[in-house]
Write a protein that binds this ligand. Sequence first.
Ligand SMILES: Nc1ncnc2c1ncn2[C@@H]1O[C@H](COP(=O)(O)OP(=O)(O)OP(=O)(O)O)[C@@H](O)[C@H]1O
Ligand SMILES: [Mg+2]
Length: 325
Amino acid sequence: MLTADNLRPLLAQALGETNLPFPGKQSGKVRDWYALPGLEGRRLLVTTDRLSAFDRVLACVPYKGQVLNQLAAWWFEQTADVIPNHALSIPDPNALVARDATPFPVEVIVRGYITGVTSTALWYRYSLGERDIYGYTFPDGLRKNEILPQPIITPTTKGGPTGHDERLTCAEVTERGLLDRPTWDQIQAAALAIFRRGQAVAQKAGLILVDTKYEFGRAPDGRVLLIDEVHTPDSSRFWKADTYPARLAAGEEPENFDKEFVRLAYAEKGYRGDGAPPAVPGDLWLAASSRYIAIYEMLTGQDFVPGAYPAEPRLIQNLRAAGLL
Ligand SMILES: Nc1ncnc2c1ncn2[C@@H]1O[C@H](COP(=O)(O)OP(=O)(O)OP(=O)(O)O)[C@@H](O)[C@H]1O
Ligand SMILES: [Mg+2]
């Protein structure tokens, strides 16, 4: 069990960026990726410790990259019978060899509850008085964090490393020509099916999978693949199941094990993503690290085995051992 005192010295060592000896490095907010010469159709995805929220990088959090990479790999296995995915191998705790796909320009968010404080979140829009949101009509009188009658899909455009994601209705995805009809139908069905699987698996771990974001892409052989990450605390909200009903009834926030508590800490300072973010105490990032590790252990039922810091020399060693370097 890693305590805050164990974690504090690692704040300075967290993996902020990689510079691996591969060509074609590109970076998203959280991942760096590289071409793998000689391995056509594959890419190396390295999940760093960067923490992004409100569409920007706010800090580097020890072990966050490892948790995301290993937890996504675990979920890819749990969902492989529902939809094929891009994962091929895990040469290092922070690295994934993935099938290179052409990402579709739509992020597919599935929501089982009405919640969230960012400008694209369902609860935030509802709390502003909006009742027609993402093409769905909501009744008056809903409470924050309440379950929806059934999970709904609320797509956004893919904003990329700098741009903000723009809200879409399901109809607009095809109307704007972002996807053709058969592909969008296939993706919506897959998204709902993975979400149902995720909720069932989370429930066994005493957790509620509240909502999540999926990315899909087209593989060179034409198949639709689940890419990027799946059901991690970056892409999803998780609440503790046993305390949820009493907390909802009392009007309290559910116990969460995801990035939401970071968003809430900023929202308390009145920040929702516009302009420069306010300063927050460093202990927030230690708490974030503990939560990422806790959710990994709860979901997988396995002990988290921390990888060595500094991470970059270890990555190089492991990539050599895997014959990739
Ligand atoms: N198999 C794949 N083939 C091609 N691109 C992929 C694949 N898997 C993931 N990607 C893309 O790689 C990038 C991963 O980087 P990262 O998650 O840091 O991106 P981001 O979208 O900027 O960040 P955030 O997830 O915080 O919005 C994304 O743009 C994602 O669409
Ligand atoms: Mg991403």
